[in-house]
Design a binder for this molecule. Structure first.
Ligand SMILES: Nc1ncnc2c1ncn2[C@@H]1O[C@H](COP(=O)(O)OP(=O)(O)OP(=O)(O)O)[C@@H](O)[C@H]1O
Length: 411
């Protein structure tokens, strides 16, 4: 039903009436979101699996790699980011029309309901629409500025907060799902993966936290709960396995004492596991990490070649496992001309199946931004040459650069 302007009820502005406060808020939110390059939503089906720990460490890792990062804690019932970052006493600067996030470092800004509550034991009792309004306000009124990444720490489950976050950030927000090795947690993850698909977003990958225990005496990892559930599940549901993090007493200490584990314990095996998880997230940023040099890729020098490029919505996929389609280009390596291109739908992702599919298409090369490790191995088994670390988006430009010897790749 359309509303009548004269009644003062119109909030759409589409009828030409004066813009309302609601319109202004929506416009501010759109502007804020348009200044964020990559949106990572960290979620889990179950509480206490270490989602805030993972979100915080991802945000710190990205900021230490030189990226501008915003960490947004939307857990209205138990905001833990201020505690994990030793920022419990921080207060946000609020002006009439904007809120300044709290700077944890030059590259990392943080916003949490925890900064706005009078004390940490005050319970928050809000219904869904109020939570949605609050999350909206964090996206419209907080002056995040230009961000390479926004990392959002959601409360557990598939309720109002993750739904609002996904709806507000848009379909390019990608989920990182945190699980633990136990079977019951794995079932919850399945629900989260389905939830993300249902709201029209993609899962960037799964992290298995508390995977084995680091012995405080010898530093060895013992697998008391078993291991590998997250990886198996990732394969089953066709999403990427980003890696595992052991149960490490140092992480508990860093959480309790509020120091940043990744910066203080950077050489520990646990920190290295976390860095491994962050690497593909860093790869999402086309400009690549400042420390990552681009190297020239050797061009093919003879014959007709067939090149496969994983694409999502017409541009090179952030990672092969996210491919919706493959562009198959046939090119002449001697005349350096593209002879033909066709687009084929990608089958549901599974590393070996993807390699077999490309083998059946007779592809000799895969050119991609990123490829999960298992798929790299599967392509190798099929003798399909792989070039990854590509930073260009347009698939045809990638093939042209490749045959002309102008292609550059990271790493
Ligand atoms: N890998 C790990 N090793 C040791 N302790 C960990 C690890 N990951 C998380 N923890 C600890 O487990 C507790 C819960 O972690 P965290 O708050 O990150 O979980 P959560 O999933 O965000 O919880 P909630 O459901 O309450 O939002 C914290 O005390 C944290 O320090």
């Amino acid at each position: 039903m359309s509303s009548d302007c004269s009644s003062g009820n119109c909030s759409s502005g589409s009828c030409g009436g004066a813009p309302t406060e609601l319109d202004a808020g929506e416009a501010r939110m759109k502007r804020t979101i348009s200044r964020i390059k990559h949106k990572i939503v960290v979620m889990s089906g179950k509480g206490g699996v270490g989602k805030s720990t993972v979100a915080t460490n991802i945000a710190i890792g990205l900021s230490l790699a030189g990226k501008k990062v915003g960490l947004l804690d939307v857990d209205v019932h138990g905001p833990s980011v201020p505690r994990l970052l030793s920022m419990r006493d921080s207060k946000v600067h609020i002006e009439e029309s904007f809120i300044e996030p709290v700077a944890w470092s030059k590259n990392l800004s943080v916003m949490s309901l925890g900064f706005l509550l009078p004390n940490s034991y005050q319970p928050v009792v809000w219904r869904g629409p109020v939570k949605m309004g609050f999350i909206k306000q964090l996206l419209s009124d907080v002056v995040w500025g230009d961000l390479d990444y926004m990392v959002v720490d959601c409360p557990p489950g598939t309720g109002d907060e993750p739904l609002s976050v996904m709806q507000l950030l848009g379909n390019d927000a990608q989920a990182v799902i945190v699980t633990t090795p136990q079977g019951v947690a794995i079932d919850d993850v399945r629900r989260s993966v389905t939830f993300v698909g249902d709201v029209g977003n993609q899962v960037l990958g799964i992290v298995e936290n508390m995977s084995g225990v680091v012995c405080s005496q010898c530093g060895n990892v013992e697998n008391i709960f078993g291991k590998g559930g997250g990886k198996k599940l990732a394969q089953e549901v066709g999403v990427r396995f980003l890696g595992d993090i052991p149960l490490d007493p140092e992480i508990v200490r860093s959480g309790d004492e509020g120091y940043a584990f990744l910066s203080v314990k950077q050489d520990s095996p646990t920190a290295q596991s976390i860095q491994k998880i962050i690497k593909p997230i860093l790869m999402l940023d086309n400009d690549a990490a400042p420390s990552t040099k681009l190297r020239p890729v050797l061009p093919p020098h003879k014959g007709t070649i067939k090149v496969a490029l994983p694409v999502t919505k017409g541009t090179l996929s952030p990672s092969m496992h996210l491919a919706e389609q493959y562009i198959i280009a046939v090119a002449d390596a001697e005349t350096k001309k593209i002879v033909s291109t066709e687009t084929v739908d990608a089958p549901a992702y599974e590393p070996k199946a993807a390699a077999s599919f490309l083998e059946r298409l007779d592809a000799g090369y895969v050119l991609a931004k990123d490829v999960p490790e298992e798929a790299c191995d599967a392509l190798k088994e099929k003798h399909i040459s792989l070039v990854k670390g590509i930073t260009v988006n347009a698939p045809v430009a990638v093939v042209t650069d490749f045959i002309e010897g102008k292609l550059l790749a990271a790493g």
